[in-house]
Design a protein around this ligand. Structure first.
Ligand SMILES: [Zn+2]
Length: 136
């Protein structure tokens, strides 16, 4: 399974981190971590931007993270026009910071910086696989 099965709009089907989507469906969300300098990346990267090495390992994003920042998107880019408004957020899971959307029916006025959140794998109405943040 490649990236053609990921998200609301998939802009590419072939990447060096294509099994991200299969892992997301079966085991949960993963970042990557450089085996040489230990820099972690989300979205996952196959090559380290810090030391230029390609010796990367998968790093599971698990447990409870902290909400670092969020914003309300009122204008959707191509493919996301029907979804607005939605909340984009960054969460710190200690191993890495993760970017994603917050659960759409969670009241925005109850979002607080530092609140505990988790990642949940979801299947979209069109059958695509994605993830969202949910309160812990
Ligand atoms: Zn590195």
């Amino acid at each position: 399974m490649g990236f053609e099965q990921f998200g609301r709009v998939s802009f590419t089907s072939q990447t060096k981190v294509g099994n991200f989507v299969e892992c997301l469906e079966k085991e949960g969300l993963f970042a990557t971590k450089c085996r040489v300098c230990e820099q972690s990346y989300f979205p996952p990267r196959a090559d380290c931007a810090n030391c230029l090495n390609s010796d990367m390992d998968w790093l599971k994003v698990e447990g409870t993270g902290k909400l670092v920042s969020f914003t309300r998107a009122c204008f959707g880019p191509t493919g996301f026009e029907e979804d607005v408004p939605y909340v984009l957020a960054v969460a710190d899971f200690n191993t890495t910071k993760v970017f994603g959307r917050f659960k759409s029916d969670f009241p925005e006025d109850q979002l607080n910086i530092g609140m505990d959140i988790q990642v949940k794998t979801i299947t979209l109405p069109n059958g695509q696989i994605s993830y969202e943040f949910v309160p812990a």
